[in-house]
Design a protein around this ligand. Structure first.
Ligand SMILES: Cc1cc2nc3c(=O)[nH]c(=O)nc-3n(C[C@H](O)[C@H](O)[C@H](O)COP(=O)(O)O)c2cc1C
Length: 469
């Protein structure tokens, strides 16, 4: 009989990371509307972007009735000790309690146990867990001893985790976790992980790259089983991160490596519908994702600059829309350019609410040309959507005649998932690094005008296999 896996207790208000596919912490790309988008498409938990302890300490917490968000604000320092009274407060962090409160993990950037506890206390009542960033390789993080620098100072990292476990867990009844990178040798990683799992944490996420590795370099999974074993011996959940492309891909990897869950960053940044299982529709056309994103960004009055930044990630660079969006300086211009006519009134109101003047002369001229182009794009999209729907109806008819669909109670994707062998046993080739994971469907969509899930050349099974491999 297989022995029961040991599990450290999950605090009453905390969350168990097991069985979850989650959105990674991402500075800039992981702001509120991005997290809501990931949740909309089925992410199980969402990490906020790393926030440095000192920037949280001393903030004021308030509830924003308009956006229904909790905001932690402070006056910008502007280099002087006492900023003038009329300077507007900056929002340092925010959480949407209704839409993400039960799924939000706050990630802290710190190199000091006392400051870590002080900062965690500021948000701990409004989130489901506190995660410590021990993997960021950027100098702004490491020069202060934070992020990946902590991997080289395990005493300090363990002291931070122990202080959080000792103070935050009993007071707020939530768990503490850590996100690390692998070290150069398995022996080094092993020694570190053994110490980390003894601190009282409930979970550990491992980004399967070493600190010097560039994001474009393929993740290394050779140490993963060893890390998993150490976590499991201690009863700590183990999440894998690095080149996880979608929910279905995550399911295959979790099975193959025996880890407890997976975390997705870059692929979610490019198309957050990667959290949707193939059986539920899989990766959606970027146009749909973009429109949903803009709606969510407007709902929560997201800073326009951040919205535009994310749009540049969500819209494929090769699409004509990418260029068309560049001159947009307001939500109104974005919605016109996208041809989202049903959103125009809302966009106008949001622009006014956040202090953008869409009626300025320069803005009107830019809007006019963008609107023209947007209408053309919208017409084309409508045609494509019609083609897609027709194709989907034809495909559904095919599935009905498929014996494996009948065997699985009419759910062929589930059937395949249940019977799927690990990738290694199926001899599936690894995707080439140069081929961006989500670009596969996006690229095809741009060239064919039809989403590959509906493209006649690929069966649904081939499409899923492509996503996984
Ligand atoms: C734009 C961006 C911002 C990131 N910010 C953070 C961060 O705040 N904290 C963190 O631990 N990792 C951060 N990362 C790293 C990711 O969380 C993740 O570990 C890494 O991208 C590997 O996952 P992937 O292969 O799915 O992209 C960031 C990555 C990106 C692309």
């Amino acid at each position: 009989m297989a022995s029961e896996l040991k599990k450290v207790p999950i605090p009453r208000k905390g969350v168990d990371y097991r069985g979850k596919v989650v959105l990674a912490p991402m500075v800039r790309s992981g702001e509120l509307p991005s997290r809501l988008l990931a949740l909309h498409y089925g992410a199980d938990l969402v990490w906020g972007p790393e926030t440095v302890d000192r920037s949280m300490i001393g903030t004021t917490r308030r509830y924003n009735e308009v956006t229904k968000t909790i905001e932690w604000t402070r006056k910008p320092s502007q280099g002087s000790k006492a900023p003038p009274d009329d300077v507007k407060d900056s929002i340092i962090y925010r959480v949407h309690p209704e839409l993400e409160g039960s799924k939000h993990i706050f990630q802290i950037g710190t190199s000091n146990p006392e400051l870590a506890v002080q900062a965690a206390r500021v948000v701990a009542g409004d989130v489901k867990g506190i995660d410590v960033n021990a993997g960021c390789p950027k100098p702004f993080s490491t020069h202060d001893g934070m992020g990946a620098a902590l991997l080289r100072t395990p005493d300090k990292l363990c002291a931070i985790l122990e202080a959080l476990v000792k103070n935050i867990t009993p007071e707020y009844e939530i768990g503490i976790s850590v996100k690390i990178r692998i070290l150069e040798t398995a022996a080094e990683t092993e020694a570190l992980v053994r110490r980390l799992v003894a601190t009282g944490i409930t979970a550990l996420t491992v980004h399967c790259r070493t600190t010097p590795m560039r994001p474009r370099e393929r993740a290394i999974r050779g140490q993963l089983r060893m890390i998993r074993d150490i976590c499991h011996e201690a009863g700590v959940a183990c999440l894998m991160n690095g080149d996880v492309e979608s929910r279905d891909h995550a399911a295959g990897l979790v099975e193959e490596y025996g880890v407890d869950g997976a975390m997705i960053a870059t692929c979610a940044e490019k198309n957050s519908s990667c959290f949707r299982a193939g059986a539920d529709g899989g990766v959606a056309p970027w146009e749909q994702v973009v429109e949903k994103y803009v709606e969510l960004a407007m709902d929560v009055h997201n800073k326009f600059g951040n919205t535009k930044y994310l749009l540049c990630q969500l819209v494929p660079g090769k699409s004509p829309m990418y260029k068309l969006l560049q001159p947009c300086k307001s939500y109104l211009a974005v919605c016109e350019t996208l041809g989202a006519t049903h959103l125009l009134e809302r966009a106008r109101a949001v622009d006014v609410a956040i202090g953008i003047d869409p009626e300025s002369k320069a803005q009107l001229a830019a809007d006019k040309s963008a609107a023209k182009a947007g209408q053309k794009a919208a017409r084309k999209r409508q045609e494509q959507e019609q083609q897609r729907q027709t194709q989907q109806q034809q495909n559904q008819q095919q599935w009905k005649n498929n014996p494996s669909a009948l065997a699985a109670g009419g759910n062929p994707a589930q059937d395949r998932a249940n019977n799927k062998k690990p990738l290694s046993e199926r001899g599936v080739q690894q995707r080439k690094r140069s081929q961006s994971p989500n670009n596969m469907p996006q690229q095809q969509e741009v060239t064919n005008g039809i989403h590959p899930a509906a493209a006649p050349a690929l069966s649904r099974e081939q499409f899923l296999d492509n996503l996984i491999s």
